[in-house]
Design a binder for this molecule. Structure first.
Ligand code: ADP
Ligand code: MG
Length: 433
């Protein structure tokens, strides 16, 4: 009996049970992730992907014990986690090195924190620096290194503490393409050859190809609220090649899971202060970017693979998805099985003159309850002029920290549609006669 349980635990390094995390409190509470269930077994490399703001970093911080959970449980080796997880290390996008210390001292400092005796520290640091391919740079200072090399020092430092669980938060995204590729390769070699004591890796990335290159399993998250929407096992053999058809098929599958399907209109439009319904953040995009996407779709007879689209426009997922979201919100397009489909209004827009486009956009933007509410408030005012703070205060209860941003986006869209204008000096929104 006991054996069975411990065997089970030995296999399950990490387990999240119904984990929910809310930031802020009471009325201003914001649910970052809701009801997340996730297991990580020994020997597994799992990637988390999903749109910006879906709670990937939050989840990683919970696993490493840097964030507490609002409800639910985090089990590590079968035991509830309290405080910082001593078995996990995290590497961020830009690794903070001490600028006044050499590469070697930067790695040794992690060993010192673990109370490794001085003589042993030096030997281990030198070996680790060699492992990540920085042999010969022991006495260099961070400023003398390229971004890629600095990130390697970050990896060496993370490995110095010999973590069981390595957590990586977009570790390659601040690097140039070649450095990222090189460092990915080195990490995979260390991991696959088992030349590091790490038992499992949990990595956040917004790069779907990177996830498919490296992971055994991809966990796809969605937002509003942040949650897991799909888990996809990647069984392709290593080394994996982007051009293989099996690889490409996997890219399509993951993209489909990430982009989701267009929901019914009622669900997507959001609500306004004082009205019932789900609140909804507006995607932070410029409407010009959406225009480009609609024109491209129109040239392709109204249907295009979302993944190809991103590649063509050389957009990262984090940039492409908000544009698609804006298109859905305004009813210009829908998403189905990883394809973008142009709607009749989208088609009309793509073919319209600049003047006609303004009119179409105005009609579409006014369908959004939050923008209609701003517009109607201005209409009702005697001077057709209302202070920004009025809107801010009303929105604040629902949007908390995001209020400023929401208002900025709403003003930008309202201006572009020529529904209302904004004077930054007096911070007033007004209707132009
Ligand atoms: P991701 O890494 O997927 O982009 P994050 O985990 O950073 O997402 O954030 C998830 C959501 O939680 C976002 O909407 C973000 O604005 C919010 N958030 C993150 N950290 C905090 C915080 N300390 N206080 C309030 N809100 C936060
Ligand atoms: Mg993040």
């Amino acid at each position: 009996m006991t054996t069975a349980v411990s065997l089970n635990h030995a296999d399950n390094l990490l387990q999240l049970q119904n984990v929910t995390k809310a930031y802020g409190r009471a009325a201003k509470q914001f649910i970052a992730i809701r009801d997340v269930n996730l297991k990580l077994r020994r020997g597994e490399f799992v990637c988390l992907v999903g749109p910006s703001g879906c709670g990937k970093s939050t989840l990683l911080r919970i696993v490493t014990g840097l964030n507490t959970v609002t409800s639910g449980a985090v089990l590590y080796r079968g035991l509830p986690l309290h405080g910082v997880n001593p078995y996990a290390t995290i590497v961020f996008q830009t690794f903070a090195l001490f600028p006044w210390l050499t590469v070697q001292k930067n790695v040794e400092i992690a060993l010192k924190a673990r109370r490794v005796p001085p003589a042993e520290r030096t030997a281990r640091a030198v070996k680790l620096i060699d492992t990540v391919g920085l042999n010969g740079f022991e006495s260099a200072y961070p400023r003398e290194l390229s971004g890629g090399m600095r990130q390697k020092v970050g990896f060496a430092r993370a490995m110095a503490v010999g973590p069981e669980l390595l957590c990586l938060d977009e570790p390659f995204s601040a690097l140039d393409v070649l450095s990222a590729e090189a460092l990915r390769g080195e990490l995979m070699e260390l991991w696959l050859n088992k030349s590091i004591p790490i038992q499992a890796i949990l990595m956040v990335t917004h790069n779907i190809e990177e996830a498919i290159l490296m992971a055994d399993r991809i966990v796809v998250m969605g937002k509003n609220p942040g949650r897991i929407v799909a888990e996809i096992a990647i069984t392709l053999r290593h080394p994996r090649h982007r051009k293989d058809s099996a690889f490409q098929a996997m890219v399509d599958r993951v993209y489909t899971a990430v982009a989701g399907e267009t929901k019914s209109e009622k669900e997507t439009l959001g609500t306004a202060p004082g009205k019932p319904g789900e609140k909804r953040m507006l995607p932070d995009v410029r409407l010009e970017a959406l225009a480009g996407l609609l024109e491209r779709l129109s040239e392709e007879n109204g249907r295009l693979d979302l993944y190809r689209m991103g590649g063509e426009l050389t957009l990262e997922l984090d940039d492409l998805l908000p544009i698609v979201e804006a298109g859905e919100l305004l009813g210009f397009l829908t998403v189905q099985s990883g394809d973008l489909l142009l709607s009749p209004p989208g088609q009309a827009y793509a073919e319209a003159s600049i003047l006609a486009r303004k009119e179409i956009i105005a009609g579409r933007v006014l369908r959004l309850p939050v923008i209609a509410w701003i517009y109607e408030t201005l209409l009702r005012d005697d001077n057709k002029r209302v202070d920004r703070h009025y809107f801010y205060d009303k929105l604040q209860d629902d949007f908390g920290d995001l209020t400023e941003k929401l208002l900025d986006i709403a003003i930008r869209w309202g201006r572009q549609a020529e529904l209302f204008a904004y004077n930054g000096d007096t911070s007033e929104l007004f209707l132009e006669s």
